[in-house]
Design a protein around this ligand. Structure first.
Ligand SMILES: Nc1nc2c(ncn2[C@@H]2O[C@H](COP(=O)(O)OP(=O)(O)O)[C@@H](O)[C@H]2O)c(=O)[nH]1
Ligand SMILES: [Mg+2]
Length: 224
């Protein structure tokens, strides 16, 4: 399933009798390959690095709805290990990145707190793939996200361990076991603050979507 609309099937020509009023294709895109737009969801528990990941890579000022955490919020959204966190995403993050001349990714970060879980069906609608971020110091905060993509969604997903402070505290097979991940779900490490690492993670996500949907005829990244 592809997120954005296909190129104009008329090839930019006006219907018969309608005068051409301007170019349908921007001058810098004339003769270029059609662009594929893909929606990727970034999920995971509170404080695992979703907003950071979207901010590291977005080529537009990322849209987010961060709010300063108040003293009162600390009792609602406790964050023992990630204590430096001073803001919280109250709805979602949004960013856009052009990965190549013909591929644009739209990133949607889910809010991590349980009270926002009912929004996930809406956020995931039309998504080609998802990344569930985990923090191995607080693996349990991402259980719900893994569970959602394993059981309640047909969006192909990968799991990425965000290496806080560059330290990998648990081997990946241990993380896979603790999350009860199906063997087919890719598990990688990443640094949500590092653009190259995020590109790698998103590329793995797209690759997994292609692998998962190959042979179904209507791949989520079908050529357009
Ligand atoms: N050291 C380190 N800190 C990170 C990393 N990713 C996120 N953080 C910090 O962890 C906190 C939570 O990250 P945030 O992106 O807000 O988490 P979200 O709730 O999942 O959106 C913030 O203070 C970030 O600056 C990382 O890879 N390494
Ligand atoms: Mg956030």
């Amino acid at each position: 399933m592809v997120y954005a609309s296909s190129p104009d099937p008329s090839g930019g020509r006006p219907p018969a009798g309608v005068p051409r009023t301007g170019p349908a294709v921007p001058p810098d895109r004339r003769g270029a390959a059609p662009r594929t737009s893909v929606k990727i969801v970034v999920a995971g528990g509170f404080g695992v690095g979703k907003t950071t990941l979207v901010e590291s890579i977005s080529q537009i000022p990322p849209v987010n709805t961060e709010a300063w955490m108040t003293q009162a919020a600390k009792t609602i959204d406790p964050l023992a290990e990630a204590d430096g966190k001073t803001t919280t995403t109250v709805a979602m993050d949004f960013g856009r990145v052009t990965l190549s001349s013909d591929l644009v990714l739209y990133l949607f970060g889910t809010p991590g707190q349980p009270r926002f879980w009912p929004m996930w069906d809406d956020l995931c609608r039309g998504a080609s793939g998802a990344v569930v971020l985990v923090d191995t110091r607080r693996l349990e905060v991402s259980f719900a996200a893994v569970n959602y993509f394993e059981n309640d969604s047909d969006v192909p997903f990968i799991v990425a361990v965000n290496l806080f402070d560059g330290r990998q505290t648990h081997a990946l097979p241990q993380v896979r076991e603790a999350l009860r991940l199906q063997p087919g779900v890719p598990l990688v490490t990443c640094d949500a603050r590092d653009r190259g690492s995020v590109v790698q993670t998103l590329t793995t996500t797209l690759g997994h979507t292609l692998d998962t949907t190959a042979g179904r005829g209507t791949g989520r990244l079908a050529a357009r």
